[in-house]
Write a protein that binds this ligand. Structure first.
Ligand SMILES: [Zn+2]
Length: 578
């Protein structure tokens, strides 16, 4: 079978342009009412049909067999030439990525002065990647748009309208802008399914879903990927064939990795990953596949719907939802998102992937430890001093306060709408729950009696220090403090705070003034704050993966990456920052 599906099925009519009916209808009405704008701007991600729509518009304007419904006929000489993108007297396609200089714009301006080739025709300039045009080019174009010649239409297509706004804001007021929608996997499925049916090629539903996901919002990519699969064999398209053609990893492999993590089998990770490496898989794909799986597992744990999941995978994740807390999953996702940019450039992808999984496996175990400690309720806040205290004070008092992310069961229960909760809590912060330490933060400053400074008292009131900082709005610093341990107090009033990562140390350094002020509010004789990264040995003695806990930053990253997770994060955010 030799065909290029993307070309063969490129729409010839407005009605065939997938998903963008809001634009197609408006354009058709403009033609019907003879109110064609002089310039259009089509914005949208790649593969959403910007150039296709521009060509269909040009076809409709120049069709030799005008149709009653104002669609192009698609078969006349004019339509055929425009559809194929071949040279045409009246329709000029310009790729701004390669013709962005002012000379071309002047040339354009001169050419625009020529009338269309016939009285019932339009001169259409389709300018692709329009954000690549220089400011000078835009200035030249602006002069045309200020006094547009009759029956000349400019169509600008861009993936980055904000760049046009920066380079040529005045142009924007002279164009009619359309924002094309991203084509979701469900739409890609429908269209791709229809095309393959037309081609009389059978496809398994799972295989269709895999192609739709891999297309990532681009109809053109979906059809090209289908071509790629079809070129590697005959007969129906199966999930196995798609995996082989696109180098995808079987979803069971991801489920197996989830089990290794849930079972804390850190030692098995190297063998599992090594086996995948032997198949010659692409670690970049593996990482994004793992992210998709974790995200789906999180949605299932939160009771949300996950569209575009195969029945097989959905069942597997449903069966595991008791094994993961939403907090665990969110932590893993944030860790994963964090290494992603670095991952792509790394020559050590296998090692990075393995160590990430090991951290996941250990992360789960450390939460188990926190739960055990919480079971001892308050034991850490009253214990004696000395070396053993040094390791626990930051953990123990905190465990006595309201449950945090490790209390995943609680989070997974259906709650009030997350945004409403967030608002409510930020307005009236919950008072500190059962802690044996006096709730100094709750008392007005005048009522407070300052405490003499020593390491034990400092450890005991560590939460109060964090509370003070949080009350001043510095959540990142406060979260870092929660992960830090006061390790020394000198006679001269120097308080040493130790942390296990550079990120935490940086966060604390940036807030050292506030920390000093907060300490002075509670203790007598505080002179200076010193932040210290822990040595290897000390950090090994600490049970938690503290580097993962500057949560606020991470939540921000996640939000940026995946707006769909927003609601989930809003629900968890409270507890993370809390
Ligand atoms: Zn025609």
């Amino acid at each position: 079978m030799s065909l290029a599906l993307a070309r063969k099925y490129r729409p010839r009519r407005f009605a065939d342009v997938a998903v963008q009916s809001h634009v197609a209808t408006t354009l058709k009405n403009a033609i019907a009412n003879d109110r064609i704008a002089h310039a259009y701007l089509f914005c949208g991600p790649r593969g959403t049909g910007k150039t296709t729509l521009a060509r269909v518009l040009a076809m409709a304007l120049n069709c030799e067999n005008k149709q009653a419904d104002h669609e192009p006929c698609g078969t006349c000489a004019s339509c055929t030439r425009i559809w194929a993108g071949s040279a045409s007297l009246d329709v000029v396609e310009i790729d701004a990525a390669s013709n962005r200089g002012v000379d071309d714009a002047r040339d354009l301006r001169e050419r625009a002065m020529y009338a269309p080739s016939g009285p019932d025709r339009y001169k259409v300039y389709i300018i692709d990647e329009a954000h690549m045009l220089t400011r000078e080019a835009w200035n030249a174009l602006l002069k045309i748009l200020e006094e547009p010649p009759p029956r000349v239409v400019f169509v600008f297509a861009t993936t980055e309208p904000q760049k046009i706004a920066q380079a040529a804001a005045p142009v924007l007021s002279r164009v009619q802008r359309f924002d094309l929608k991203r084509i979701g996997p469900a739409d890609v499925r429908v269209r791709l399914g229809a095309v393959l049916k037309e081609e009389k090629v059978g496809i398994e539903p799972d295989a269709l879903g895999m192609l739709a996901r891999a297309a990532d919002g681009s109809m053109r990519d979906a059809l090209s990927l289908a071509d790629q699969v079809l070129s590697l064999g005959t007969g129906d398209i199966t999930a196995t064939r798609v995996r082989e053609a696109l180098g995808l990893v079987h979803e069971d492999e991801y489920v197996a990795l989830l089990d290794v993590i849930a079972d804390h089998r850190a030692g098995d990770i190297f063998a599992s990953v090594g086996r995948l490496a032997d198949f010659g898989i692409d670690f970049g794909l593996l990482l994004s596949g793992l992210a998709d799986t974790l995200r789906a597992q999180l949605a299932i744990v939160l009771g949300g719907a996950v569209p575009e999941l195969s029945d097989h995978l959905r069942e597997a994740l449903e069966a595991r939802k008791e094994r993961f807390g939403s907090g665990d999953l969110l932590r893993m996702l944030t860790m994963l998102v964090e290494i992603e940019p670095h991952f792509r450039r790394s020559g050590q992808q296998q090692l990075l992937f393995e160590t990430l999984l090991v951290r996941f496996a250990l992360l789960d175990r450390t939460i188990g430890l926190e739960e055990i400690l919480r079971g001892l309720d308050g034991a850490g806040s009253t214990g004696g001093g000395g070396q053993s205290r040094r390791e626990t004070p930051a953990v123990a008092p905190r465990l006595a306060s309201p449950p945090m992310m490790s209390d995943s069961k609680r989070i997974s229960e259906p709650a009030a709408p997350p945004r409403a909760v967030a608002k409510e809590v930020s307005k009236s912060p919950e008072p500190r729950a059962a802690s044996n330490a006096p709730a100094i933060a709750d008392q007005p400053p005048s009522a407070r009696k300052k405490q003499p400074l020593d390491l034990n008292r400092l450890a005991e009131h560590w939460d109060d220090v964090a509370e003070h900082i949080r009350a001043s709005g510095r959540n990142v610093v406060a979260s870092a403090l929660n992960e830090a341990t006061p390790t020394a107090v000198t006679a001269g009033g120097v308080v040493t705070i130790s942390v296990t990562s550079d990120a935490l140390a940086e966060a604390l350094q940036s807030g050292s003034e506030s920390i000093l002020a907060a300490l002075r509010g509670i203790f007598d004789g505080v002179e200076k704050v010193a932040v210290k990264g822990m040595t290897e040995g000390q950090s090994a003695a600490r049970p938690r993966l503290t580097a993962e806990n500057v949560i606020a930053d991470r939540v921000a990253t996640l939000r940026k990456r995946d707006p769909q997770l927003n609601a989930a994060i809003d629900a968890l955010d409270l507890r993370l920052i809390e």
